[in-house]
Design a protein around this ligand. Structure first.
Ligand SMILES: Cc1cc2nc3c(=O)[nH]c(=O)nc-3n(C[C@H](O)[C@H](O)[C@H](O)COP(=O)(O)OP(=O)(O)OC[C@H]3O[C@@H](n4cnc5c(N)ncnc54)[C@H](O)[C@@H]3O)c2cc1C
Length: 325
Protein backbone atom coordinates (compact mmCIF):
# COMPACT_ATOMS: atom_id res chain seq x y z
CA UNK A 1 0.00 0.00 0.00
CA UNK A 2 1.04 3.61 -0.45
CA UNK A 3 0.49 7.05 1.08
CA UNK A 4 1.14 8.81 -2.22
CA UNK A 5 -2.07 10.59 -3.29
CA UNK A 6 -1.46 10.17 -7.05
CA UNK A 7 -0.95 6.44 -6.57
CA UNK A 8 -4.12 6.27 -4.47
CA UNK A 9 -6.05 8.00 -7.24
CA UNK A 10 -4.71 5.46 -9.76
CA UNK A 11 -5.66 2.58 -7.45
CA UNK A 12 -9.20 3.93 -7.00
CA UNK A 13 -9.58 4.47 -10.73
CA UNK A 14 -8.40 0.93 -11.53
CA UNK A 15 -10.71 -0.58 -8.92
CA UNK A 16 -13.64 1.46 -10.28
CA UNK A 17 -13.15 0.34 -13.90
CA UNK A 18 -12.27 -3.26 -13.03
CA UNK A 19 -15.90 -4.40 -12.88
CA UNK A 20 -17.16 -2.23 -15.74
CA UNK A 21 -18.36 -4.64 -18.40
CA UNK A 22 -18.37 -1.99 -21.15
CA UNK A 23 -14.65 -1.30 -20.69
CA UNK A 24 -13.98 -5.01 -20.43
CA UNK A 25 -15.78 -5.64 -23.75
CA UNK A 26 -13.96 -2.71 -25.35
CA UNK A 27 -10.58 -4.20 -24.38
CA UNK A 28 -11.55 -7.67 -25.60
CA UNK A 29 -12.87 -6.36 -28.92
CA UNK A 30 -10.18 -3.82 -29.83
CA UNK A 31 -7.25 -5.81 -31.29
CA UNK A 32 -4.44 -3.30 -30.61
CA UNK A 33 -5.60 -2.59 -27.06
CA UNK A 34 -6.04 -6.28 -26.44
CA UNK A 35 -2.57 -7.10 -27.75
CA UNK A 36 -0.74 -4.50 -25.67
CA UNK A 37 -2.64 -5.25 -22.47
CA UNK A 38 -2.18 -8.99 -22.99
CA UNK A 39 1.57 -8.37 -22.92
CA UNK A 40 1.13 -6.53 -19.61
CA UNK A 41 -0.93 -9.28 -17.97
CA UNK A 42 1.25 -12.12 -19.29
CA UNK A 43 3.61 -12.04 -16.33
CA UNK A 44 0.66 -12.78 -13.99
CA UNK A 45 -1.18 -15.56 -15.87
CA UNK A 46 -0.51 -19.05 -17.19
CA UNK A 47 -1.47 -17.95 -20.71
CA UNK A 48 -4.69 -17.63 -22.66
CA UNK A 49 -5.06 -21.36 -23.37
CA UNK A 50 -5.13 -24.47 -21.23
CA UNK A 51 -2.12 -25.96 -23.00
CA UNK A 52 -0.02 -22.86 -22.18
CA UNK A 53 -1.21 -23.04 -18.58
CA UNK A 54 -0.38 -26.76 -18.34
CA UNK A 55 3.19 -26.00 -19.36
CA UNK A 56 3.54 -23.36 -16.62
CA UNK A 57 1.84 -25.63 -14.06
CA UNK A 58 4.20 -28.52 -14.89
CA UNK A 59 7.24 -26.32 -14.32
CA UNK A 60 5.86 -25.23 -10.92
CA UNK A 61 4.97 -28.81 -9.92
CA UNK A 62 8.48 -29.97 -10.78
CA UNK A 63 9.76 -27.46 -8.24
CA UNK A 64 7.39 -28.77 -5.57
CA UNK A 65 4.97 -25.85 -5.84
CA UNK A 66 1.30 -26.85 -6.00
CA UNK A 67 -1.18 -24.87 -8.10
CA UNK A 68 -4.75 -23.62 -7.82
CA UNK A 69 -5.86 -23.29 -11.43
CA UNK A 70 -8.59 -20.87 -12.48
CA UNK A 71 -10.13 -20.67 -15.93
CA UNK A 72 -10.57 -16.92 -15.48
CA UNK A 73 -13.84 -15.10 -15.90
CA UNK A 74 -16.85 -13.79 -14.03
CA UNK A 75 -20.45 -12.68 -14.49
CA UNK A 76 -21.41 -15.27 -17.11
CA UNK A 77 -24.75 -14.21 -18.58
CA UNK A 78 -25.96 -17.29 -20.45
CA UNK A 79 -26.48 -20.90 -19.47
CA UNK A 80 -24.62 -22.41 -22.40
CA UNK A 81 -21.53 -20.40 -21.53
CA UNK A 82 -21.78 -21.49 -17.88
CA UNK A 83 -21.97 -25.12 -19.08
CA UNK A 84 -18.91 -24.58 -21.30
CA UNK A 85 -16.96 -23.06 -18.37
CA UNK A 86 -17.88 -26.06 -16.22
CA UNK A 87 -16.67 -28.45 -18.93
CA UNK A 88 -13.40 -26.53 -19.16
CA UNK A 89 -12.83 -26.87 -15.40
CA UNK A 90 -13.61 -30.60 -15.68
CA UNK A 91 -10.93 -30.84 -18.37
CA UNK A 92 -8.47 -29.17 -15.98
CA UNK A 93 -9.33 -31.57 -13.13
CA UNK A 94 -9.14 -34.68 -15.35
CA UNK A 95 -5.95 -33.72 -17.17
CA UNK A 96 -4.10 -32.86 -14.00
CA UNK A 97 -5.37 -36.00 -12.25
CA UNK A 98 -4.05 -38.12 -15.15
CA UNK A 99 -0.65 -36.52 -14.63
CA UNK A 100 -0.79 -37.09 -10.84
CA UNK A 101 -0.26 -33.35 -10.38
CA UNK A 102 -0.66 -31.38 -7.15
CA UNK A 103 -3.37 -29.06 -8.45
CA UNK A 104 -6.70 -27.79 -7.22
CA UNK A 105 -9.16 -25.54 -9.07
CA UNK A 106 -10.26 -22.10 -7.99
CA UNK A 107 -13.38 -20.82 -9.80
CA UNK A 108 -15.54 -17.71 -9.43
CA UNK A 109 -19.12 -18.89 -8.86
CA UNK A 110 -20.35 -16.09 -11.12
CA UNK A 111 -18.33 -17.68 -13.92
CA UNK A 112 -20.30 -20.89 -13.31
CA UNK A 113 -23.63 -19.06 -13.72
CA UNK A 114 -24.40 -17.48 -10.32
CA UNK A 115 -25.46 -14.16 -11.88
CA UNK A 116 -28.08 -16.04 -13.95
CA UNK A 117 -29.31 -18.28 -11.15
CA UNK A 118 -27.52 -19.29 -7.91
CA UNK A 119 -28.99 -22.79 -8.24
CA UNK A 120 -27.27 -23.15 -11.63
CA UNK A 121 -23.90 -22.19 -10.09
CA UNK A 122 -24.53 -24.66 -7.26
CA UNK A 123 -25.29 -27.48 -9.72
CA UNK A 124 -22.18 -26.71 -11.78
CA UNK A 125 -19.98 -26.41 -8.69
CA UNK A 126 -21.38 -29.73 -7.44
CA UNK A 127 -20.23 -31.45 -10.64
CA UNK A 128 -16.75 -29.98 -10.14
CA UNK A 129 -16.64 -30.90 -6.45
CA UNK A 130 -17.54 -34.52 -7.29
CA UNK A 131 -14.91 -34.76 -10.04
CA UNK A 132 -12.28 -33.13 -7.83
CA UNK A 133 -13.04 -35.53 -4.98
CA UNK A 134 -12.60 -38.50 -7.29
CA UNK A 135 -9.31 -37.01 -8.44
CA UNK A 136 -8.21 -36.48 -4.81
CA UNK A 137 -8.14 -32.71 -5.19
CA UNK A 138 -9.95 -29.61 -3.96
CA UNK A 139 -12.18 -26.82 -5.25
CA UNK A 140 -11.50 -23.44 -3.62
CA UNK A 141 -14.19 -20.86 -4.37
CA UNK A 142 -12.92 -17.36 -5.04
CA UNK A 143 -14.67 -14.50 -3.23
CA UNK A 144 -16.12 -11.75 -5.41
CA UNK A 145 -17.62 -8.29 -4.69
CA UNK A 146 -19.58 -7.82 -1.44
CA UNK A 147 -22.92 -7.83 -3.30
CA UNK A 148 -22.18 -11.52 -3.94
CA UNK A 149 -20.69 -12.59 -0.59
CA UNK A 150 -23.94 -13.84 0.93
CA UNK A 151 -24.84 -15.96 -2.12
CA UNK A 152 -21.33 -17.43 -2.40
CA UNK A 153 -21.32 -18.39 1.27
CA UNK A 154 -24.80 -19.92 0.98
CA UNK A 155 -23.66 -22.06 -1.97
CA UNK A 156 -20.50 -23.02 -0.11
CA UNK A 157 -22.62 -24.07 2.89
CA UNK A 158 -24.77 -26.26 0.62
CA UNK A 159 -21.73 -27.83 -1.05
CA UNK A 160 -20.16 -28.61 2.33
CA UNK A 161 -23.20 -30.71 3.22
CA UNK A 162 -22.10 -33.21 0.55
CA UNK A 163 -18.39 -32.63 0.02
CA UNK A 164 -15.39 -32.13 2.30
CA UNK A 165 -13.09 -30.91 -0.47
CA UNK A 166 -14.70 -27.52 -1.18
CA UNK A 167 -13.06 -24.46 0.32
CA UNK A 168 -13.89 -20.79 0.25
CA UNK A 169 -12.02 -17.49 0.24
CA UNK A 170 -12.72 -14.89 2.95
CA UNK A 171 -11.68 -11.23 2.72
CA UNK A 172 -10.20 -9.55 5.82
CA UNK A 173 -11.33 -6.06 4.74
CA UNK A 174 -15.04 -6.90 5.09
CA UNK A 175 -16.56 -6.11 8.49
CA UNK A 176 -18.66 -9.27 8.27
CA UNK A 177 -15.70 -11.65 7.91
CA UNK A 178 -15.13 -12.26 11.62
CA UNK A 179 -18.59 -13.90 11.80
CA UNK A 180 -18.20 -15.61 8.45
CA UNK A 181 -14.89 -17.10 9.57
CA UNK A 182 -16.37 -18.57 12.78
CA UNK A 183 -19.14 -20.13 10.72
CA UNK A 184 -16.83 -21.41 7.97
CA UNK A 185 -14.54 -23.01 10.56
CA UNK A 186 -17.49 -25.17 11.62
CA UNK A 187 -17.87 -26.47 8.08
CA UNK A 188 -15.38 -28.67 6.19
CA UNK A 189 -13.18 -27.43 3.40
CA UNK A 190 -10.11 -25.28 3.24
CA UNK A 191 -10.42 -21.61 4.18
CA UNK A 192 -8.31 -19.19 2.17
CA UNK A 193 -7.73 -15.83 3.84
CA UNK A 194 -7.00 -12.76 1.68
CA UNK A 195 -7.05 -9.01 2.27
CA UNK A 196 -9.66 -8.30 -0.47
CA UNK A 197 -9.33 -6.88 -3.98
CA UNK A 198 -12.60 -5.10 -4.89
CA UNK A 199 -13.70 -1.46 -4.63
CA UNK A 200 -16.10 -1.60 -1.68
CA UNK A 201 -18.18 1.09 0.05
CA UNK A 202 -16.89 2.20 3.48
CA UNK A 203 -19.91 0.80 5.28
CA UNK A 204 -19.00 -2.77 4.29
CA UNK A 205 -15.19 -2.73 4.12
CA UNK A 206 -12.25 -1.21 5.95
CA UNK A 207 -9.69 0.68 3.91
CA UNK A 208 -6.69 -1.40 2.83
CA UNK A 209 -3.58 -0.56 4.82
CA UNK A 210 -2.69 -0.85 8.51
CA UNK A 211 -6.28 -1.36 9.74
CA UNK A 212 -6.99 -4.26 7.39
CA UNK A 213 -3.50 -5.69 8.01
CA UNK A 214 -4.16 -5.79 11.78
CA UNK A 215 -7.52 -7.51 11.24
CA UNK A 216 -5.93 -9.96 8.81
CA UNK A 217 -3.41 -10.90 11.52
CA UNK A 218 -6.17 -11.52 14.09
CA UNK A 219 -8.33 -13.55 11.68
CA UNK A 220 -5.27 -15.51 10.59
CA UNK A 221 -4.47 -16.44 14.20
CA UNK A 222 -8.06 -17.66 14.69
CA UNK A 223 -7.91 -19.67 11.49
CA UNK A 224 -4.52 -21.21 12.20
CA UNK A 225 -5.40 -22.07 15.81
CA UNK A 226 -8.60 -23.79 14.62
CA UNK A 227 -6.56 -26.55 12.97
CA UNK A 228 -8.77 -26.35 9.84
CA UNK A 229 -7.24 -26.72 6.41
CA UNK A 230 -6.12 -23.21 5.64
CA UNK A 231 -4.49 -21.15 2.96
CA UNK A 232 -2.71 -17.99 4.04
CA UNK A 233 -2.92 -16.00 0.82
CA UNK A 234 -0.90 -12.83 1.14
CA UNK A 235 2.37 -11.51 -0.31
CA UNK A 236 2.82 -9.24 2.69
CA UNK A 237 6.22 -10.09 4.26
CA UNK A 238 5.19 -8.82 7.71
CA UNK A 239 2.09 -11.05 7.74
CA UNK A 240 4.04 -14.06 6.45
CA UNK A 241 6.52 -13.56 9.28
CA UNK A 242 3.66 -13.15 11.75
CA UNK A 243 2.09 -16.43 10.56
CA UNK A 244 5.39 -18.26 10.85
CA UNK A 245 6.04 -17.02 14.39
CA UNK A 246 2.48 -17.80 15.47
CA UNK A 247 2.56 -21.38 14.10
CA UNK A 248 5.99 -22.12 15.52
CA UNK A 249 5.25 -20.39 18.86
CA UNK A 250 2.09 -22.46 19.34
CA UNK A 251 3.72 -25.61 17.94
CA UNK A 252 0.78 -26.02 15.56
CA UNK A 253 0.73 -28.87 13.09
CA UNK A 254 1.96 -27.68 9.68
CA UNK A 255 -0.01 -30.34 7.86
CA UNK A 256 -3.28 -28.41 7.28
CA UNK A 257 -1.55 -25.11 6.48
CA UNK A 258 -0.59 -23.81 3.06
CA UNK A 259 0.87 -20.53 1.92
CA UNK A 260 -0.53 -19.40 -1.40
CA UNK A 261 0.63 -16.54 -3.61
CA UNK A 262 -0.38 -15.29 -7.02
CA UNK A 263 1.63 -16.53 -10.00
CA UNK A 264 4.35 -14.08 -10.99
CA UNK A 265 4.43 -12.19 -7.68
CA UNK A 266 7.01 -12.37 -4.89
CA UNK A 267 7.89 -16.01 -5.58
CA UNK A 268 10.97 -15.67 -3.35
CA UNK A 269 8.61 -15.25 -0.36
CA UNK A 270 6.76 -18.45 -1.25
CA UNK A 271 10.03 -20.34 -1.66
CA UNK A 272 11.11 -19.18 1.79
CA UNK A 273 7.94 -20.63 3.35
CA UNK A 274 8.51 -23.82 1.36
CA UNK A 275 12.09 -24.02 2.66
CA UNK A 276 10.71 -23.68 6.19
CA UNK A 277 8.68 -26.84 5.58
CA UNK A 278 5.28 -25.45 4.64
CA UNK A 279 3.00 -26.34 1.74
CA UNK A 280 3.41 -23.80 -1.05
CA UNK A 281 0.77 -23.12 -3.70
CA UNK A 282 0.45 -20.66 -6.54
CA UNK A 283 -2.89 -19.34 -7.80
CA UNK A 284 -2.50 -19.78 -11.55
CA UNK A 285 -5.22 -18.29 -13.75
CA UNK A 286 -5.49 -18.69 -17.51
CA UNK A 287 -7.94 -17.79 -20.26
CA UNK A 288 -9.00 -14.87 -22.37
CA UNK A 289 -11.02 -13.03 -19.73
CA UNK A 290 -8.05 -11.43 -17.99
CA UNK A 291 -9.32 -7.83 -17.85
CA UNK A 292 -10.51 -7.84 -14.20
CA UNK A 293 -7.42 -9.74 -13.11
CA UNK A 294 -5.08 -7.23 -14.74
CA UNK A 295 -6.89 -4.30 -13.06
CA UNK A 296 -6.59 -5.97 -9.64
CA UNK A 297 -2.90 -6.81 -9.97
CA UNK A 298 -2.05 -3.26 -11.05
CA UNK A 299 -4.21 -1.64 -8.37
CA UNK A 300 -2.71 -3.58 -5.49
CA UNK A 301 0.88 -2.64 -6.32
CA UNK A 302 1.23 0.69 -8.18
CA UNK A 303 4.83 0.11 -9.37
CA UNK A 304 3.26 -2.58 -11.59
CA UNK A 305 1.64 0.23 -13.57
CA UNK A 306 5.09 1.32 -14.83
CA UNK A 307 6.02 -2.28 -15.61
CA UNK A 308 2.70 -2.77 -17.42
CA UNK A 309 3.32 0.36 -19.45
CA UNK A 310 6.76 -0.87 -20.50
CA UNK A 311 5.36 -4.34 -21.33
CA UNK A 312 2.45 -2.85 -23.26
CA UNK A 313 4.62 -0.49 -25.31
CA UNK A 314 6.94 -3.36 -26.19
CA UNK A 315 3.94 -5.07 -27.84
CA UNK A 316 3.36 -2.17 -30.26
CA UNK A 317 4.44 -2.72 -33.86
CA UNK A 318 7.96 -1.45 -34.45
CA UNK A 319 8.95 -1.08 -30.81
CA UNK A 320 10.20 -4.62 -30.37
CA UNK A 321 12.20 -4.44 -33.61
CA UNK A 322 13.90 -1.26 -32.42
CA UNK A 323 14.71 -2.92 -29.08
CA UNK A 324 16.26 -5.90 -30.82
CA UNK A 325 18.61 -3.88 -32.92
C1 LIG B 1 -3.89 -17.05 -3.74
C2 LIG B 1 -4.68 -15.79 -3.73
C3 LIG B 1 -6.05 -15.83 -3.97
C4 LIG B 1 -6.80 -14.66 -3.94
N1 LIG B 1 -8.16 -14.73 -4.08
C5 LIG B 1 -8.90 -13.61 -3.92
C6 LIG B 1 -10.32 -13.66 -3.93
O1 LIG B 1 -10.93 -14.72 -4.11
N2 LIG B 1 -11.00 -12.49 -3.74
C7 LIG B 1 -10.36 -11.29 -3.52
O2 LIG B 1 -11.02 -10.27 -3.30
N3 LIG B 1 -9.01 -11.22 -3.52
C8 LIG B 1 -8.28 -12.35 -3.72
N4 LIG B 1 -6.91 -12.25 -3.71
C9 LIG B 1 -6.25 -10.93 -3.75
C10 LIG B 1 -6.08 -10.33 -2.37
O3 LIG B 1 -7.34 -9.93 -1.85
C11 LIG B 1 -5.17 -9.07 -2.44
O4 LIG B 1 -5.74 -8.13 -3.29
C12 LIG B 1 -3.77 -9.38 -2.95
O5 LIG B 1 -3.30 -10.60 -2.47
C13 LIG B 1 -2.79 -8.27 -2.50
O6 LIG B 1 -2.77 -8.20 -1.11
P1 LIG B 1 -1.54 -8.71 -0.20
O7 LIG B 1 -2.14 -9.50 0.92
O8 LIG B 1 -0.54 -9.42 -0.99
O9 LIG B 1 -0.99 -7.41 0.46
P2 LIG B 1 -0.52 -6.01 -0.15
O10 LIG B 1 -0.49 -5.09 1.03
O11 LIG B 1 -1.34 -5.61 -1.32
O12 LIG B 1 0.94 -6.32 -0.66
C14 LIG B 1 1.99 -6.66 0.21
C15 LIG B 1 3.26 -6.72 -0.57
O13 LIG B 1 3.18 -7.82 -1.50
C16 LIG B 1 3.74 -7.47 -2.75
N5 LIG B 1 2.66 -7.43 -3.76
C17 LIG B 1 1.33 -7.50 -3.53
N6 LIG B 1 0.65 -7.46 -4.68
C18 LIG B 1 1.57 -7.36 -5.66
C19 LIG B 1 1.50 -7.30 -7.07
N7 LIG B 1 0.33 -7.29 -7.74
N8 LIG B 1 2.65 -7.22 -7.76
C20 LIG B 1 3.84 -7.21 -7.14
N9 LIG B 1 3.98 -7.26 -5.79
C21 LIG B 1 2.86 -7.35 -5.06
C22 LIG B 1 4.37 -6.12 -2.54
O14 LIG B 1 5.68 -6.33 -2.08
C23 LIG B 1 3.53 -5.50 -1.45
O15 LIG B 1 4.18 -4.50 -0.75
C24 LIG B 1 -6.15 -13.41 -3.72
C25 LIG B 1 -4.77 -13.39 -3.48
C26 LIG B 1 -4.05 -14.53 -3.48
C27 LIG B 1 -2.57 -14.47 -3.20
Amino acid sequence: MTDNSEARAAIDALRQISRNETYKACVQETPVLRRVLLRAVSRFIGGETFSECLQVASELHQRGIATAIDYMGESTRDRERAAMVTREFLRVIDTLADRGAAASISPDLSHLGMAIDPQLAYENAKVLAGAAREAGSEVILNMEGSDRTETILAIHRQLCERYDNVGVTLQAYLYRTENDLSEAIERGGRIRLVKGAYAEPPEVARPLGPTTDAVFATLMETLLASGRRSSIATHDPALLEHAYRFIEGRRLSREPIEFELNYGIAEDRLLRMQALGYGARVYLPYGEEWYLYLCHRLAEFPPNIYQALADAVSALPGVEQRNHR
